[in-house]
Every structure is written in C-alpha cells, then in structure tokens.
Design a protein around this ligand. Structure first.
Ligand SMILES: [Zn+2]
Length: 451
C-alpha cells in the first residue's frame, strides 16, 4: 500500500463512510505498525518495550510516557539518527528559520508547555500528509456546497491570526503558507484596533484565530467596528465557555468550528455542528484515564488523557500523558459523525479585563501576553496572576543558568510594553516570591484571571 496524499484522502473518506468498525480496524493495524517501527528505530522505545509481546495492537499494553520523561532522552527517542536535541535546539533558537524545514525534511515547532517542560516537536512528511487529509475531511463536514461556492466567490481569502517571533505551531504553519496570495498572517500581538483595521481591509472568507482572539473580535463586530463577512471561523488552541461559540457565530454571521490539537498531534480532532469534538480515531488514539492511568468510562470527566499519534514515525508519541481532562460522549452524536465525540475541560481561555483611564474597560487575550513571554530567552516557566483590577503579579521560574534579575527585567519590560500598546500604562506589574503553581491535574495555567 502506498500512502500518497491522494491515497490518504481517499482512505480518510472511506473509513469515515464505513463507520466505527472500519475506523477501529485501521487504528489497531496502524498501532501495531507504529509500535513495531518505534521499537526497531528508537533506542528509547526498544528498551521500554523489551518485555512486550511481538505484536501490540492494544494500546493499554503500553507503558505511559510523558514530555518530562521523553525530552531529556530526545536523541534516543527520535527514530532518525541524524536528528539530535542539540541540532533541533539550535534551529529552534533561531527566529530566522521559522517555517523552514529542519534537517531538510521536518516541520519543527516548540512549546514552553503548560506542563512545565519545554518541548520540541518534529513532524515528518507522512504526518504532514495525514494532517492535510484530516483537514480536508473536516472541511467536507464543516461546509456545504453553497458555502464552498460563497468562499470561492469572496476571493477565498484566508486570514491566519498568529503569534510572531517564535517557532509556535501556528506561526510555523503560516510561514510555510506565506507567499500564497490568498493567505495572510496577522500578528496577535498588536493592539486590537489595528488588527480590526487590517482585517477590514483584507476581508477574509475564512478566519482562523485563537479562540480568545475570536471572542475579542466578536465584540468588535457587535460594536460595529469589525466589518467582515467570513463564511467560516476556525478557532484553535483554547476552549471557550460553550455560549461563547454561539455568540461569535452570531456576531460574525459565520460557521464557527474549533479544533482541539497539540504539537504532539496537530490533526487530533475537529468540532461538529452540535458542539462536540470528533477524534480522528483512524490516525490517533486518545484514552481518558484517572490519576492512576486506569480507564475512565464515557460520560465521566477524566483526570488526564493518553495520546497516541499513529502517523508520525520520526518522534513516536505513544500513550503519552497530555494532561487535559476530557469527557467522551457515551452515545452517538446527533450530527451522525461515527468518529468518537469528546469535550475538553481545563483548556478554557480566560480573558483579562482592565479598567481604562477613561472610557470602556480594555480586554486583552491572555495569549498575547503569554506568547510574548514565551519568546524571551531564559524563561523556563511563568504564571500571570490578575490580583487586583490594576495589578498583575508574575510568578517566574528562570531557566537554569539564566540570570534571574536580567530575565525579570526583560519580562517586566515586555509586559509593560504590551500594556502601554493597549493604553494600560496605569497597570502595575510585580514579581512574586512564590514559583508558578500547578493545578491538581499537574498543569500550569499561564494566566489566572481576577475572581
Ligand atoms: Zn457531532
């Protein structure tokens, strides 16, 4: 079997049409292939799996892995001996190389991570092709023929709202698409009025912002300042309170869809018209488990989830603790999609709202602040706590070997600049003595809003 792009597209469509059993069969076969590949080509997995049976088609037989455990053993984890952490890190530290192929053939993205360990992730050509096939399958369920025609008539312009200056997954994707006339990337770091002006001028048919930025733009549309007519809004990265999706849809008169994904598996899921996320279970496995990694039945909120990526052979993600709490729908989704339906909890984006010096309160997507901080060298982990209406407290953990005083000076200057850009120079920013605090699920929320 040859897994070219066309084959993958056709197979994705066939599996979807045939339903649950066809999807489960692909999942089992691909898991067995991936485990066999990993234990042959990755020294880390060869050792970890040495006592397992020869063929493994049941994920629960596999030991649990995590970013904290895998990243320090990066060179043994990856299956391409030409790839080392030193080379990948040097590439990741160079902003000039955002969107370029790493080692001539991989898509590289980084995350400072909400679990406290910075990560570097490589996607190979096969995983990129599967990502493309899953995106096409999602679009086929998201859009009617009439909407596709409307997008084409409107010039098919696509606006990607991305952070700048780092190897963030969305920034890397935008950089790879740059130069195509109909696709334009807009920085999420700029003040909202400037972003609104640029979007009004571009008039996109498809808008792809982070969820919290989407919520801010809905407010701008309601106020009559944002005057665009997109057919589709695809929200990424964060979850929002459920009523927010309907508000964004009605403010922008558009279909609003989301994807729940991770650097470890960019093609994980997409939402349906009934507000559930459908897992691409033919290419990924997501097991909801309790704190002891025992299965949690459908209908109950899990403690965490274990992710297996069945497409990416370069850096195998097998039963990897992702840290999110999910709930699996216990019965078929009314939308008719045979893919398993889930809701994700604990990824909710909270907006930061500050009193203005005069006039209306100013709201900032926390993402704009956290992405600005992630770009600063020497920042290992941070947490922004909105302690009082005009006070922000920063919990900071500098990287080992970094000068804590200099790191803090840079962090302070960066947040102050961002606040000043939003005419919020009356907000005070102080550093707290305590380090960032974990949630009970082991995650670090980057922003804790005022309660
Ligand atoms: Zn559904």
């Amino acid at each position: 079997m040859t897994e070219g792009r066309l084959w993958l597209l056709r197979d994705a469509r066939t599996a979807h049409k045939q339903g649950t059993e066809a999807i489960a069969r692909r999942q089992r076969d691909r898991l067995a292939d991936m485990v066999a590949f990993a234990r042959t080509h990755s020294p880390y997995y060869r050792k970890l799996y040495r006592t397992l049976p020869e063929r493994v088609a049941d994920p629960t037989l596999l030991p649990v892995t995590s970013k904290a455990e895998l990243m320090p053993q990066f060179d043994d984890w990856v299956t391409d001996p030409a790839v080392t952490l030193a080379r990948a890190q040097a590439f990741a530290d160079d902003p000039q190389r955002i969107g370029q192929p790493f080692a001539g053939r991989y898509t590289l993205s980084t995350t400072s991570g909400t679990t406290g360990t910075p990560g570097i992730f490589l996607q190979d050509a096969r995983a990129s092709a599967v990502t493309g096939a899953m995106m096409m399958r999602a679009l086929a369920t998201w859009l009617s023929a009439r909407e596709v025609a409307r997008i084409a008539r409107g010039g098919a312009r696509i606006a990607l709202l991305t952070p700048v200056g780092g190897h963030f997954a969305t920034t890397v994707a935008a950089a790879r698409l740059a130069g195509r006339r109909r696709i334009k990337a807009f920085s999420v770091h700029q003040p909202l009025p400037e972003l609104v002006d640029q979007l009004n001028a571009f008039s996109p048919a498809v808008l792809a912002p982070y969820a919290s930025i989407g919520a801010l733009l809905a407010g701008e549309a309601e106020a009559g300042r944002l005057r665009i007519d997109p057919v589709l809004v695809v929200l990424s990265a964060e979850g929002l309170p459920i009523p927010e999706y309907a508000r964004i849809a009605s403010a922008l008169h558009a279909n609003v869809r989301t994807s729940y994904a991770a650097n470890e598996c960019p093609f994980l899921s997409q939402s349906c018209a009934d507000g559930w996320l459908h897992l691409n279970a033919d290419w990924a496995i997501l097991e909801p488990v309790d704190a002891d990694h025992q299965p949690v039945p459908p209908g109950q909120r899990s403690h965490t989830v274990l992710l297996t990526n069945l497409a990416n052979r370069t850096q195998p993600i097998l039963r990897y603790n992702l840290g999110d709490a999910v709930l699996v729908r216990p019965n078929p989704c009314p939308c008719g999609d045979p893919l398993p339906a889930i809701r994700v909890q604990g990824r909710t984006a909270d907006l930061l709202t500050f009193p203005a010096r005069g006039g209306e309160p100013v709201t900032i997507a926390p993402l704009a602040i956290s992405l600005a901080l992630e770009r600063i060298p020497g920042v290992e982990l941070f947490q922004i706590v909105h302690t009082a209406p005009t006070d922000l407290a920063i919990r900071l953990q500098p990287a080992p070997g970094a000068d804590p005083h200099r790191v803090w000076q840079t962090v302070h200057a960066e947040i102050t600049r961002l606040l000043t850009d939003h005419k919020l120079d009356h907000i005070t920013v102080t550093r707290t003595a305590e380090p960032p605090q974990q949630t009970s699920g082991g995650k670090f929320r980057t922003v804790i809003p005022l309660t």
